[in-house]
Write a protein that binds this ligand. Structure first.
Ligand SMILES: [Zn+2]
Length: 343
């Protein structure tokens, strides 16, 4: 996939949070049919740090990844760490100021420093800093979050263009995040204002599911209806296979979720052979089950190993089990995406 075609077809991006999809080599990642990945700006900002990653030529060169790389702005992570009091810091009109929990060093995340960091990482698709907050948001907090999100998006775009020459000079794309919590008019307002500024992609920000795990479809629809139809739409954090199928129907083309790889590491594997598409390979029933995880899957794991083998790997805490499980889950998602693209 070329960058100019990003988001024209459906695409699923696993999280290579710190510069690797956990338990996989870059070659194994490619072999799952993965064409784009997400890395985490905040983690890379702390370690190895902006200067070092710049010296090393960016994360793509570092991890030998020749596919597409999207970076988040770092905002979601740092704000939730500050809001939950896990990290010391403050969120203000200019972004966030916080301390590294390991070294105690002071960091500033602003619209401008987020762009600098994403450029140092050598991202292909940058995301503007947005003001994301807790799940339950009162009206005035939601209004403030939307106001800041628009303001910061404007600053990000200006900085990206003034300092780096924008898409024209860099060949990179800049996407933005639409906030507005569960207020449909705020979602619409935020989407319209961001569309006025103009971005290469529009990402649905905030929480995509309710406390009961139901998708916030009305809010998601409001963003689709109020942003340019020729730009990509990214449903951040979506999600379960069934949720991807539903949200795809709304017009979203880009997806990511930590679930795929995290579930793999916990032995929760996807399988069309199961009614709910979920096979918990640690369960005792798989001790002697010589069938593949998924009878329809074409991945390395399913072609060569049984449920019993993976069950054993997990029981004895063998690291190879994590690799085989991750390969399968990712391939399962890429097959799901292929199917959506062919439908
Ligand atoms: Zn498989």
């Amino acid at each position: 996939m070329e960058l100019k075609d990003f988001g024209k077809n459906f695409v699923f991006m696993p999280d290579a949070t710190k510069g690797a999809v956990r338990a996989l080599t870059t070659q194994q990642l490619k072999d799952t049919g993965t064409e784009a990945i997400v890395t985490n700006t905040l983690h890379l900002m702390i370690n190895p740090g902006k200067e070092n990653i710049e010296k090393l030529g960016g994360i793509k060169k570092f991890m030998n990844w020749d596919g597409i790389l999207l970076t988040d702005s770092g905002g979601f992570q740092v704000f939730s760490l500050i809001h939950s009091k896990k990290w010391k810091g403050t969120v203000h009109d200019n972004g966030a100021t916080f301390k590294s929990p390991t070294t105690g060093d002071l960091y500033e995340l602003t619209p401008e420093s987020s762009i600098d960091m994403q450029m140092a990482i050598d991202s292909d698709i940058l995301v503007t800093l947005d003001d994301c907050r807790d799940a339950k948001l009162g009206r005035s907090d939601a209004e403030e979050s939307v106001k800041r999100t628009i303001e910061w998006a404007k600053r990000c775009k200006k900085y990206f263009e003034d300092v780096y020459g924008g898409t024209k000079e860099t060949g990179k794309l800049l996407s933005c995040v639409v906030q507005g919590a569960n207020y449909l008019d705020l979602r619409k307002h935020c989407a319209e204002e961001l569309s006025q500024i103009g971005f290469d992609g529009y990402n649905f920000g905030g929480f995509v599911v309710t406390e009961n795990g139901e998708l916030v479809l009305e809010e998601m629809r409001a963003v689709i209806e109020n942003t340019p139809s020729d730009k990509f739409k990214y449903a951040m954090g979506v999600g379960k296979p069934g949720d991807i199928r539903i949200v795809a129907g709304l017009g979203y083309r880009v997806f990511d979720t930590v679930l795929v790889t995290r579930n793999a590491r916990h032995g929760t594997l996807y399988s069309k052979d199961m009614d709910d598409e979920v096979l918990r390979v640690k369960n005792a029933e798989y001790l002697l089950d010589e069938r593949a995880i998924d009878s329809t899957c074409d991945c390395y794991t399913c072609k060569n190993f049984s449920r019993a083998y993976l069950h054993h790997m997990f029981r004895v805490n063998e690291m190879t089990g994590l690799t085989l499980a991750t390969i399968h889950n990712l391939r399962y998602y890429q097959n799901l995406i292929d199917k959506l693209n062919k439908a």
